[in-house]
Design a protein around this ligand. Structure first.
Ligand code: PGA
Length: 261
């Protein structure tokens, strides 16, 4: 079962996950991080950046792999995930830009881009800790309902609901690309530790389906149930539809301190 941690605030969630990432980097300088975009992981990056300021750590050998990218945005577009990762992650954390990878969403060279990305992840030794958000559709990365649990990095069509959710980042809803290139659920499941975060009532149904629902391609988030090391970090609102929420809180309250997440 995934470990479910319900915290008081996004900040507390960020600090919990940032502490684990620090621990990994302290143990292994060439840790490979799986990087999510969107609003959800921002408290993790902020907490990690703050911690690196007060307690510097050599992060020059850390590698990072973004989950996904829009197809067809011009290079340097402010909402391309390449730009977002540079702005929110690589820069604030002081990571080495050459070590940070984002799937190639350039239409002209799209055909081999998925296979190239899989090779790059493998060449880096695989992802140690994958940060994940979840969409209202239940998507992980941009693996919308129906995605195979065995899928690898490939081009997908964004669900209209996901395009609508992401319209807040663009000047108009029509500007949100229709296609994306995303790590597959099979790619994500190869990461050694999955850390899924969710905040707010609008994520409660997707979280309940992912954690407690049947394992089904119709609920991509439920792929986490097939992984041996998963931590789900939620605020109260995102946890509000969990049937066994009290039990998860009891487990966390009684967790041996030496275990970590
Ligand atoms: P959000 O997106 O973090 O911006 O809510 C999550 C997702 O769509 O996976």
């Amino acid at each position: 079962m995934a470990e479910i941690v319900v915290v008081d605030s996004k900040q507390a969630a960020g600090e919990l996950v940032a502490a684990e990432i620090r621990r990994l980097i302290e143990a292994t300088a060439d840790t490979v991080l799986g990087l999510a975009t969107g609003s959800t992981p921002l408290p993790v990056y902020a907490a990690l950046a703050a911690s690196l300021l007060t307690h510097p750590l050599d992060v020059s050998r850390v590698h990072g792999f973004a989950l996904d990218e829009y197809v067809g945005l011009p290079a340097g577009h402010p909402e391309s995930y390449r730009t977002v990762i540079t702005r929110d992650v690589t820069g604030p954390l002081g990571l080495t830009p050459a070590n940070i990878h984002v799937p190639n969403g350039d239409r002209a060279t799209l055909e081999g881009a998925g296979a190239d990305y899989e090779r790059a992840i493998d060449a880096a030794g695989g992802v140690d800790l994958q940060i994940l958000g979840i969409g209202r559709t239940g998507h992980l990365g941009f693996n919308e309902p129906g995605s195979s649990f065995a899928s690898l990095t490939r081009v997908k069509t964004l669900a209209p609901k996901s395009r609508a959710d992401n319209a807040r980042f663009f000047a108009s809803p029509d500007e949100v690309p229709v296609h994306c290139i995303t790590q597959g659920l099979g790619t994500i499941r190869r990461a050694r530790h999955l850390v899924l975060l969710a905040f707010g009532a609008e994520k409660a149904a997707a979280i309940a389906a992912a954690v407690e629902g049947p394992v089904s391609a119709s609920q991509p988030g439920s792929a986490i149930q097939l992984h041996e090391h998963v931590t789900v970090v939620l605020d109260e609102a995102a946890a509000s539809q969990l049937v066994n929420g009290d039990y998860y809180r009891y487990i966390w309250a009684n967790k041996p301190a030496w275990q970590g997440i």
